[in-house]
Design a protein around this ligand. Structure first.
Ligand code: AIR
Length: 217
């Protein structure tokens, strides 16, 4: 194990020993097998190409903030933290992250990995049990690996690349205990409905050629 990984593990273990109030610990833990998963897991960022990810759902839609220091939480009530944890390159770090997750105050983990051996979500689910883990297969070929769990060892998972939905599901779990979050989830859903309604009216009333021309503007 390298010193960097050893330090990360020691930090996680030390944080698990602390007694911080729930409002100050990260609520959602987001882990990914490689930094090459970043765009799929978090979204492509400003000006980037690709579908929105967990970062967009949590920060842009639901008002979460990213907690980058365990001891110095952001002002926002709902927070998430982000790590790269490889099941195969750093198995000890995966074990430590999952094992300390509940004691560190996490309520739910979103875990994503790609390739055909996408074992981070399912292994994390087994180690962190009964903490809920939402698995994100980063690619189509990772789906079977993420969801193929034996009876008695559950994982919840989304379709390939749908980290945005994984973040919404994580917020749904938290919302069982937090009315504010339930309201934010409802507001998000109403926004979606309003968008569909507006598009539907425009297509219907303007007709297909005009609608297509407007879209190509
Ligand atoms: N991965 C990393 N460690 C274990 C696994 N299965 C996955 C990552 C990534 C893919 O392997 O989640 O999607 C390729 O990683 P990299 O670092 O080679 O780009």
């Amino acid at each position: 194990m390298t010193e960097e990984v050893e330090t990360l593990i020691a930090d996680l273990e030390a944080e698990a020993e602390r007694d911080r109030p729930a409002a100050e610990t990260p609520d959602v833990g987001i882990i990914m097998g490689s930094d090459s998963d970043l765009d799929v897991m978090m979204g492509p960022g400003e000006g980037g190409d690709g579908r929105p990810g967990a970062y967009d759902a949590l920060v842009e839609e639901l008002g979460f903030a990213e907690q980058t220091s365990y001891d110095d939480p952001p002002e926002a009530r709902f927070t998430f933290e982000t790590y790269v944890v490889s099941a195969h390159r750093t198995p000890e770090l995966m074990y430590a992250y999952a094992e300390t997750a509940a004691a560190r105050g996490l309520e739910v983990i979103v875990a994503g990995a790609g390739g055909k051996s996408a074992d981070l979500p399912n292994m994390t689910a087994s180690i962190a049990y009964p903490l809920p883990v939402i698995g994100v297969p980063v690619q189509e070929k990772s789906v079977d690996s993420v969801i193929g769990m034996p009876q008695g060892a559950p994982i919840v998972a989304v379709d390939a690349g749908k980290s945005f939905n994984a973040a919404l599901s994580a917020a749904q779990i938290l919302a069982r205990q937090h009315e504010t979050l339930r309201e934010r989830l409802e507001a998000y859903h109403e926004g979606l409905q309003a968008d569909v309604g507006a598009v539907s009216r425009e297509l219907h009333e303007g007709g297909t050629p005009a609608f297509r021309a407007r879209r190509e503007e």
